[in-house]
Design a protein around this ligand. Structure first.
Ligand code: PLP
Length: 404
């Protein structure tokens, strides 16, 4: 083995492009919902690698799936296919509305594929004028040029111009605005069933259904970006399953690999046909290592036991946070769905989500922000009740200290 070079947080500022601002701690080991840093300090992890570590850290069955596959075959490219990819695709098709799957490596790439496919489908079935994509204000779809352009947060696309054309935004959950914007030139409407980065905001009752009807009326595709809301996080395999509304294209990533980079775009036979040989691709997409891990994640998550446990844990966390908020009024409400929750900062604490995150870290608790006004949590779906209780105790300590 090569000698491990000593590194610390200061090295980040020395050798990394400064597009991130990681907190002042480097984790080196994880187990379940606990993490340990370089100094051996232990944390309860409610951040879950931003809704990725869906079964916690170092889950024995995922370690087994990865190491088994690692001893067999790592990579073959898409000049060949492979067994883990075919098994995972078969299981995704069996579990959802979809007939066909395209694999990628990140949420942005799955969305890039979805948007390109929608344009290609419209181009070939109607013509080049039908190219408009409607997305929601404050939505997040990834960081490639196409996905920041479709995303509804201008700060992510500004300064990267010239801008892509044919993309517009309407306020989330505003049906009248969508109805006014949509036309026969619309090729796709893109919606997150729960807006994640935008502040953990669930779709209003009836919104997805009405969007489906508007898309049907105008011959547009409905795309659900379930990169954050998918893979059991809301208590069903995908959030769309609560609504009874079926999309034409769905994207999945984050929790899909439980921490191993993999993403998928799901669609129907008729739409998939427009990605003919040579129209799109990815060197790593459908890589055997990623697919072997995701197959095991799917087997475990898509079970009555795990899915039913989501709501139980969600209730414990919501009640825990609201009880603490009665004593320390930092939060005004908790919103979201299942184990994708946002504690909204009360008026007096607006803009201070980063301070809350840092106070929590000081108390040994990892949480996320969703914008400056929301503390977000996206823990493991199998976090223990004891870990939830410990997390709530540490949150209480953090808020007590913050309030002073
Ligand atoms: C995180 C996220 C993405 C981007 O995924 P990456 O893997 O970071 O490219 C896209 N859409 C939604 C809804 C997300 O939460």
């Amino acid at each position: 083995m090569s000698d491990a070079m000593q590194v610390g947080r200061a090295d980040f500022d020395r050798v990394m492009v400064p597009n991130y601002a990681p907190i002042d701690m480097i984790p080196v080991r994880g187990e379940g919902s606990r993490l340990w840093d370089q100094q051996g300090r232990e944390y309860v992890d409610l951040a879950g690698g931003i809704a990725v570590n869906v079964l916690g850290h170092a889950h024995p069955e995922l370690v087994e799936a990865l190491t088994d596959q690692a001893g067999k075959l790592w990579h073959v490219s898409n000049v060949l296919t492979n067994e883990p990819a075919l098994r995972l695709a078969s299981k995704l098709v069996a579990a959802t509305f979809a007939d066909k799957v395209f694999f990628a490596n990140s949420g942005a790439e799955a969305n890039e594929a979805a948007f390109k496919l929608a344009r290609r489908w419209a181009h070939e079935t109607v013509g080049p004028d039908k190219h408009e994509i409607i997305a929601c204000t404050n939505s997040f779809h990834g960081r490639t040029l196409f996905t920041v352009s479709v995303g509804g947060q201008p700060k992510y696309s500004q300064g990267f111009g010239p801008a892509l054309e044919g993309i517009s935004h309407v306020p989330y959950n505003d049906l009248a605005a969508l109805e006014q914007r949509i036309s026969d030139r619309t090729c796709a409407v893109v919606i997150e069933p729960v807006q994640g980065e935008g502040g953990v905001i669930p779709a209003a009752p009836g919104y997805l259904q009405a969007a489906r009807e508007l898309c049907d009326r105008h011959g547009a595709l409905l795309i659900f970006d379930e990169v954050q809301s998918g893979m059991g996080r809301t208590g069903k395999l995908y959030a769309y399953m609560h609504s009874g509304v079926t999309p034409d294209i769905l994207t999945s990533a984050k929790s899909l690999g439980g921490g191993f980079p993999i993403a998928a775009m799901l669609t129907t036979n008729a739409i998939a046909a427009h990605f003919a040989v040579g129209t799109h691709g990815s060197t790593y997409g459908g890589n055997p290592l990623g697919c072997a891990v995701a197959e095991r994640v799917l087997d475990i998550v898509n079970s009555e036991k795990v899915l039913a446990g989501v709501q139980v844990r969600s209730t414990l966390l919501v009640e825990g946070i609201m009880t603490i908020a009665q004593e320390f009024p930092v939060f005004s409400q908790v919103r979201g769905s299942g184990l994708l929750l946002g504690a909204v900062l009360a008026e007096a604490w607006r803009g201070q989500a980063r301070q809350v995150q840092e106070a929590a870290q000081q108390a040994g608790l990892l949480v996320l922000q969703a914008g400056p006004d929301v503390m977000r949590i996206a823990p493991s779906l199998v976090i223990s009740e004891a870990d939830i209780a410990e997390a709530m105790q540490r949150l209480r300590q953090a808020l007590a200290k913050l309030i002073g």
